[in-house]
Design a protein around this ligand. Structure first.
Ligand code: ATP
Ligand code: MG
Length: 560
């Protein structure tokens, strides 16, 4: 924690402190998070949320939530609601500052009229294809539209009629009149308004022309008197256009600062692709625990603290880069280590019979809930003659460094006794080991002096007759390829889906688990971190694996 205060400023904070020093915005810091409600938020958005709300908090400022809802075709209230829920869950509060770009449709329309009257915007009747064909390329200037020099009066008349619904979709657009030869393609008479006879989720049928994102975004920031408009790098080339619009309209100018968007290895982040995965049934929904969405991460068992810490650790960069997803996994492990109670669960059971243990006896063993946090206390775990251990914790012929159970060897059962393997039963037809016979040493009960006797292996275990069955969903990374977005001839990102990203098994858990509720998080000792799924209820217990105890991808990745 000390480290945090000592941390040097990032480049955005440097700019802000400079502005504060120079009283550029009267000492105000006012940011916004401006999602388009056309999908669920993902971990990249979380980065932007933490940045915008975090900076405002640091400088006693404010943050608006603004829905950039200028495209009625793709937007929906379902997304609006989920976005609000996710931001709150992450731990941020926009208080009474919830806005919609659609609230500004009147102002934006009036700004368009200002530009037309100044001769800075014109109605163009070219088709979308013609407009893109005449835009030119980076090395070749564009061609001016034949409608570019329409008189102001004609533009005013046509734009009003566009707004009144006299023309069909696509028949004309309003364009800024800037420079068709500009080296910046964004400045080549960009489209400001288009005709769309489509109902909007908020304004209904009030409008049949809608502002383009580029016309709405900067002006919305201006209307809300945002001081620092933080956005991702791809908007750097749009900045001259935003500045031009603000200047020509003659309104308050925020400062735009660009940072590199978060990219994660083994992950796709574009909303279009995430929607495709949902629509094509590659995942079970936006909140599938394999999705990089905030609701997916939540269902997977991620905590807001871990995500915020991740956002903090990665910082802000000025150049595009890819963050290793194992860093995100590290953050959740670290958080859950402190936060989650331990329980014993066996996911691949092998029966152990203690031949010298009384038939009807059940003992209550005391187990520590969280060795990292004494205040979490202890619980009782029942112990009896027949136990489960993991199959992989027994080897008939142990390899050199195998310190778990094998014939003639001793191991410690966590919080219980030291046991010794006397014999085992093998299915003659399959060769599978079906049962282990052991003896226990009553003097080694946990807590008694002889329990400290040196044995190398410690295993987790369950009492067969007390174990609770549960569905356990073993999630893994959704993609096998480090960069699934990378263009590979004849393939797309969906060809790199990991066929083993979900394995469903029936496991056994200690009975204390019956007190758990959906969302509760546990460390299954020696196995990993798990949380109770939202659909888990009554006898139908469902657990999602959040993350394994150790990074199992390190080696695999290196061999590729
Ligand atoms: P996508 O490309 O996934 O569709 P988007 O940028 O179109 O995302 P918006 O809803 O417009 O999605 O994003 C809202 C805010 O979140 C914007 O300010 C955007 O810059 C930011 N943002 C989106 N993706 C990322 C990311 N990967 N890293 C950081 N910030 C992001
Ligand atoms: Mg966007």
């Amino acid at each position: 924690m000390e480290e945090k205060t000592a941390k040097s400023l990032n480049f955005i904070e440097e700019i802000i402190e400079e502005d504060l020093k120079n009283q550029v915005y009267d000492g105000r810091v006012h940011t916004r998070f401006p999602p388009e409600p056309n999908g669920y938020l993902h971990i990249g958005h979380a980065k932007s949320i933490c940045l915008n709300f975090g900076i405002a908090k640091k400088y006693n400022g404010m943050t608006n939530l603004r829905f950039d809802d200028t495209n009625p075709v793709k937007e929906d209230v379902e997304y609006v609601d989920s976005i609000k829920e996710d931001i709150r869950w992450l731990g941020f509060d926009w208080e009474d500052r919830l806005f919609y770009a659609s609230d500004y449709f009147n102002e934006l329309y009036n700004y368009a009229l200002i530009l037309i009257r100044k001769g800075k915007a014109y109605v163009c009747d070219m088709t979308a294809d013609e407009i893109s064909e005449t835009r030119g390329t980076l090395s070749r200037p564009g061609k001016e539209s034949p409608y570019r020099n329409r008189p102001v009066e004609e533009n005013l008349d046509l734009f009003t009629r566009m707004r009144n619904g006299e023309f069909p979709d696509g028949s004309s657009v309003l364009r800024a009149k800037i420079d068709m030869a500009s080296p910046n393609m964004q400045m080549r008479d960009p489209v400001l308004y288009r005709i769309l006879h489509t109902s909007h989720h908020r304004t209904g049928d009030q409008w049949c022309i809608y502002p383009m994102y580029d016309f709405a975004h900067g002006q919305s920031d201006s209307i809300e008197r945002i001081t620092h408009s933080i956005c991702t790098l791809e908007f750097e080339v749009h900045r001259p256009l935003y500045d031009w619009l603000i200047r020509e309209i003659g309104i308050y100018a925020p400062r735009q600062i660009e940072f590199a968007r978060l990219n994660l290895s083994y992950t796709v982040m574009s909303k279009r692709k995430l929607l495709e995965l949902v629509q094509e049934g590659k995942v079970t929904g936006w909140d599938d625990p394999r999705m990089p969405t905030i609701c997916g991460l939540r269902r997977r068992g991620y905590t807001p603290e871990a995500i915020r810490n991740f956002a903090d650790i990665i910082g802000v960069a000025k150049r595009d880069n890819v963050i290793d997803v194992s860093l995100l996994e590290f953050c959740i492990r670290e958080d859950l280590n402190k936060r989650s109670n331990r329980v014993m669960a066996v996911i691949n059971p092998l029966k152990v019979i203690l031949d010298n243990y009384p038939e009807d006896l059940t003992e209550e063993m005391e187990a520590i809930n969280n060795p990292e946090d004494e205040s979490r206390g202890k619980r009782k775990v029942p112990f009896s003659r027949e136990l489960y251990i993991e199959k992989e914790d027994f080897m008939e012929i142990p390899s050199q460094k195998y310190f778990r159970l094998s014939p003639g060897k001793e191991v410690r059962l966590r919080s219980a006794y030291i046991i010794k393997c006397e014999s085992f039963v093998k299915d003659p037809s399959t060769g599978e080991i079906t049962e282990i016979h052991c003896t226990y040493d009553p003097k080694t009960r946990s807590g008694m002096p002889e329990s400290n006797r040196k044995v190398k292996g410690t295993l987790h275990w369950l009492s067969v007759k007390h174990a609770i069955k549960a569905e356990i969903r073993l999630y893994d990374r959704l993609f096998m390829k480090e960069n699934p977005d990378e263009a590979v001839e004849g393939k797309d990102y969906k060809d790199f889906l990991n066929p083993d990203s979900l394995k469903v098994i029936t496991g056994q858990i200690e009975p204390s688990i019956l007190r758990a509720n959906p969302g509760d998080k546990f460390q299954f000792e020696r196995i990993g971190y798990f949380c109770v799924d939202k659909d888990s209820a009554g006898n139908n217990l469902i657990f999602n694996r959040t993350v394994t105890l150790k990074d199992s991808w390190v080696k695999i990745g290196k061999n590729q």
